[in-house]
Design a protein around this ligand. Structure first.
Ligand SMILES: *[C@@H]1O[C@H](CO)[C@@H](O)[C@H](O)[C@H]1NC(C)=O
Ligand SMILES: *[C@@H]1O[C@H](CO)[C@@H](O)[C@H](O)[C@H]1NC(C)=O
Length: 291
């Protein structure tokens, strides 16, 4: 009896499409055409909690993923780079990570995505957005914040994306030279890389959809979907583009949120990829026109 049950479950899993209510053929086409390497910045204290949840949920949908940390962890398969642990050295750690990625993976991928271990990404929507751009142009995409320098920078929490050309300029021209990038290890990685990429003539792209709704969010989903609390008003002050909170906050092709707990990652994965209200026809998918 038990054996029969196992056989049934195995058969069921084999024949059930993974994303039953999506046009999987189009997602598969983009998987092969828009090649994404995702690197997750993590810390030894988060290996068993946050990083594990990232591995069990969204990150496997990238064409390649790397967990970059300071200690080895076989379960995650972390890359342990000799970097300083403290948060204040995040800029040094980020430079080391990009140098490693450039050296080992530059040829194989088009786009290089950085995420934190509490970032949740819908990778298919990321590919959909990136499809229209040429990875051989110097581009940088994310949630754009204002800064003292002209094009501002992309908030680190929701993740940000470098085109192949942007990664090349960063590692081969920017990082070695004080003319372009801050040479010390200290500093806020997102702001530092933004300044550096601007100096390298890498263009910051507006990632809002054609209705002007954002796709990459620096706060937890609930903060954008409901009214943000007063303490989150820094986003109102620093966002480069106007945005809404509440029902109209977020594009139906949303790409990422930040401050997602391990438990919430599993909830989001279920809601997005498994749960499917009966009787709705999914709207037809169209690819965007290439720029
Ligand atoms: C799914 O996408 C494929 C490839 O573009 C297309 O030919 C097909 O008509 C789509 N199917 C549906 C149900 O939208
Ligand atoms: C950036 O653009 C300016 C103005 O066109 C040019 O002078 C400079 O050499 C460029 N720098 C890099 C690193 O491409």
């Amino acid at each position: 009896m038990l054996i029969l049950l196992f056989i049934f479950v195995a058969l069921f899993n084999a024949v059930t499409p993974k994303y039953s209510h999506h046009n999987e053929s189009l997602a598969n086409k983009l998987y092969n055409e828009v090649k994404i390497l995702c690197w997750v910045n993590t810390w030894p204290k988060n290996h068993k909690t946050k990083a594990r949840a990232v591995k069990e949920t969204w990150v496997k949908r990238c064409n390649k993923y790397l967990f970059i940390s300071t200690e080895r962890n076989n379960e995650l398969g972390t890359i342990a780079l000799p970097m300083r642990q403290q948060h204040m050295y995040l800029w040094g750690r980020t430079k080391a990570a990009y140098s490693y990625i450039y050296k080992n993976y530059f040829n194989d991928y088009d786009w290089f995505v950085k995420a934190d271990d509490d970032t949740y990404m819908i990778v298919e929507n990321l590919r959909y957005m990136l499809y229209q751009y040429d990875p051989l142009s110097p581009l940088y995409l994310g949630c754009n914040l204002k800064s003292s320098f002209k094009q501002g920078y992309m908030s680190g929490g929701p993740g940000y994306i470098l085109s192949k050309e942007a990664l090349k300029r960063l590692v081969t021209i920017g990082i070695p030279s004080r003319k372009y990038c801050t040479q010390s290890e200290e500093g806020a990685e997102d702001k530092e890389i933004g300044r550096c990429l601007q100096n390298l003539n890498v263009t910051a792209i507006d990632t809002r959809d054609r209705n002007g709704k954002g796709r990459m969010f620096p706060l937890a989903p609930g903060k954008h979907l409901s009214k943000m609390s007063h303490s989150d008003s820094w986003y109102s002050r620093n966002s480069r583009y106007p945005f809404k909170v509440g029902k109209n906050c977020c594009s139906s092709r949303t790409i990422s949120f930040h401050y997602v707990t391990p438990e919430a990652m599993h909830i989001m994965d279920f809601l997005i990829y498994e749960l499917n209200p009966f009787g709705f026809k999914h709207d037809e998918d169209h690819l965007p026109v290439k720029k």
